[in-house]
Design a protein around this ligand. Structure first.
Ligand SMILES: Nc1nc2c(c(=O)[nH]1)N[C@H]1C(S)=C(S)[C@@H](COP(=O)(O)O)O[C@H]1N2
Ligand SMILES: [Mo]
Length: 407
């Protein structure tokens, strides 16, 4: 793979700002939609196709760009198309052009040979390709009850891709990690827009960084990394929430002491309780950095609010993820969770990938109907019925409901 210079992208933020204004004014309201008045519900959210390299997306914010994938996209291929893959940045100062000749990734800190790696050098290392889900810690935050502050994502702050790159371990081995190293911190090209704001950086334990799975990726679904998803290189941390998947990665620092920076010590902390669950409003709990993902599943063959004709038996399909391991099975219900039916799993693209499921299920009556799916992962963990709550709106994983109307 040869990486082309991101030239015509220089003015993307300006263009996006102009393009999206008109779209906000006229959100499309489909006649068959039932407006359930859920926070950030489908009928309330503006769409945009004004961002470079992106098709039709749900617009959460322009500066910095926060774009959510429409749920219907997940009913297509289990690999999310690059042009509809969600986008999330913390700071609005993002380079809009990258000079691929001058670009370097620095490897420094507790290493015997500090490095400054060019893209040409990176592309010469042994390559690996891995299917993995990139899911924001706050995916589905809009469904937290009582509501919590933060981007009001529904389920589209996630995506699945085939990531092509090199092993972080190989790069660390070239640099030579010194004995006594405990963590590796990853920094990027984006910059804070407020004076004194904390530069985005995340870290992993040294053992995690050297596990042979964590990757520096330059390819996504057979193409070069889209600018908004971290061109030219981003970190891939399979099975972990995407806060660790540092984009536009240009700095790898091996640390001899734990990372006490803002993004590890203060942000993205979850309650150290079963399921990261606390009483709504509770603030006094021990907290740990968010880490591994948990099993989730969704109905995707029918949309929230969709009206369908009554039939004794209907096809139902969707996607599932195991979290930090594979999907073992998915069951579905059409009667609010009373009766559960087996589904047939689609092809296995590896334990970190989405897995398609399909079933033929009975309907018993006309009227509002609640569709549910429940995933068990290969570690034997099943999605619980009851939602959790925590002030960050992190780690939602309960059984989700798709409300349809049977006519
Ligand atoms: N450099 C950089 N990397 C980053 C972030 C960021 O703000 N800056 N945000 C993280 C968070 S919280 C998420 S959810 C993912 C989003 O990845 P995506 O935009 O490719 O979907 O990027 C992660 N990597
Ligand atoms: Mo995130």
């Amino acid at each position: 793979m040869k990486l082309a210079q991101a030239t015509n992208r220089r003015r993307f933020l300006a263009e996006a700002a102009i393009g999206s204004g008109a779209l906000i004014a006229a959100p499309a309201l489909a006649q068959s939609m039932v407006d359930l008045h859920l926070p950030g519900g489908p009928s309330e959210r503006p769409m945009t196709s004004a961002f470079p390299g992106k098709g039709n997306m749900i617009l959460q914010r322009i500066h910095p760009p926060l774009l959510e994938t429409p749920m219907s996209v997940f009913n297509g291929d289990v690999f999310t198309p690059n042009d509809q893959f969600f986008v999330r940045w913390h700071w609005a100062d993002i380079p809009t052009a990258i000079d691929v000749e001058a670009f370097r990734i620095k490897v420094h800190g507790a290493v015997t040979r500090p490095l400054s790696i060019s893209l040409a050098q990176l592309l010469k290392l042994p390559r690996v390709e891995l299917a993995a889900i990139n899911q924001c810690s706050g995916n589905s935050r809009a469904l937290f009850q009582p509501p919590v502050a933060g981007a009001q994502w529904r389920h589209g702050a996630m995506g699945n891709a085939k990531w092509l790159g090199v092993r972080l371990r190989d790069v660390l081995d070239i640099a030579g990690v010194k004995p006594g190293a405990v963590a590796v911190r990853f920094g990027a090209l984006d910059q804070p827009v407020v004076a004194g704001g904390p530069d985005f950086a995340k870290s992993l334990s040294i053992d995690h960084a050297r596990d042979g799975e964590v990757m520096l990726a330059f390819g996504m679904n057979g193409e070069q990394m889209p600018l908004l998803n971290g061109f030219p290189v981003r970190l891939i941390v399979p099975g972990w929430y995407s806060t660790y998947w540092v984009k536009m990665l240009n700095d790898i620092e091996v640390l001899a002491a734990p990372d006490d920076g803002y993004w590890m010590a203060k942000a993205y902390k979850i309650p150290d309780t079963p399921g990261a669950n606390v009483r709504p409003g509770q603030k006094d709990f021990p907290a740990v950095p968010i880490n591994k993902m948990i099993p989730r599943s969704w109905v995707t063959s029918l949309d929230e609010g969709q009206a369908i004709a009554f039939d004794r038996s209907i096809p139902l399909g969707g996607i599932a993820m195991g979290g930090d391991c594979g999907v073992a099975k998915v069951d579905v219900s059409t009667d609010n969770g009373k009766t559960w039916y087996k589904t047939v799993l689609g092809p296995d693209h590896g334990k970190y990938s989405f897995r398609r499921w399909d079933a033929q299920v009975p309907l018993t009556h006309a009227g509002p109907t609640r569709l549910m799916s429940r995933c068990w992962n290969t570690a034997g963990i099943a999605q619980p019925m009851t939602p959790i709550w925590n002030p960050g709106g992190f780690m939602r994983g309960n059984i989700e409901t798709t409300n349809i109307v049977v006519g």
